[in-house]
Design a protein around this ligand. Structure first.
Ligand code: B16
Ligand code: MG
Length: 215
């Protein structure tokens, strides 16, 4: 029998690629506000909360704004993002992820979503996979976002399992750090050099081989 009872999946970069929509929405805001922004900066925002993302963009531009402006700009970016994600359909799932979810549910494993996004439910609805998750941990579930362990610990508590029984699948450095701080097993999706804290790394979702890990 496997030592794992529960699987916690990140959303952006693991289940679907919303990073492009985040990029386009930040691009719109930064152009309107006369700030520089590019794909390299966007890479640095993966797995990072909305407000923290904006703070990083401001830092990149060596700018600072009032708290009021910070929140109104973040809200404006979110309005653009919410418009973009309206087009998400089941075709937007990353390779192999639907079969992995079906397989885990068919074999009695517990599943959770562990995403920093406050829009996670809308994305899951667009993908039509909400029912594959026993619980949904998102940007509204805890105060401290990744790399703090809080979100993944929240998922474990809700699923009634211990951290040692959880396996987290993540694409961002902040997410791998959060999983390890929560004393969980971390599977990274992406560049093994960047995700060097992960217990296992697969280059892309197509390469995931969970039976290798579950036993
Ligand atoms: P929202 P994940 C993260 O999703 C994204 O990777 C990150 O770029 C974004 O800033 C964050 O969600 C918050 O998203 O603005 O929709 O609340 O990778 O944790 O699923
Ligand atoms: Mg992610």
């Amino acid at each position: 029998m496997s030592k794992f009872k529960a699987f916690i999946f990140d959303l952006d970069g693991v289940i679907t690629d919303t990073a492009e929509f985040h990029y386009l929405a930040w691009k719109q805001l930064t152009e309107e506000e006369g700030m520089s922004f590019n794909r390299e900066v966007n890479e640095d925002l993966k797995g990072v909360s909305r407000i923290e993302s904006l703070k990083r963009i401001l830092q990149h531009n060596e700018r600072s704004v009032s708290d009021e402006k910070l929140h109104s700009w973040a809200e404006r970016k979110n309005n653009y993002y919410v418009d973009f994600i309206k087009k998400i359909t089941p075709e937007y799932m990353l390779p192999k992820m639907l079969s992995i979810l079906k397989n885990l549910k068919g074999n009695g494993f517990k599943t959770a979503l562990g995403s920093a996004s406050k829009n996670a439910r809308a994305v899951l609805n667009g993908l039509k996979i909400t029912d594959y998750f026993d619980i949904i941990g998102d940007g509204n579930s805890v105060k401290n976002s990744k790399p703090a362990p809080d979100l993944f610990l929240f998922c474990a508590e809700q699923l009634n399992v211990t951290p040692a029984e959880c396996l987290v699948v993540e694409d961002a450095e902040a997410g791998i750090e959060a999983a390890k701080s929560a004393a969980m097993t971390a599977v990274g999706i992406g560049d093994a050099n960047k995700l060097n804290e992960a217990d296992y790394v697969f280059a892309s979702t197509s390469d995931i081989n969970l039976s290798l890990i579950i036993g």
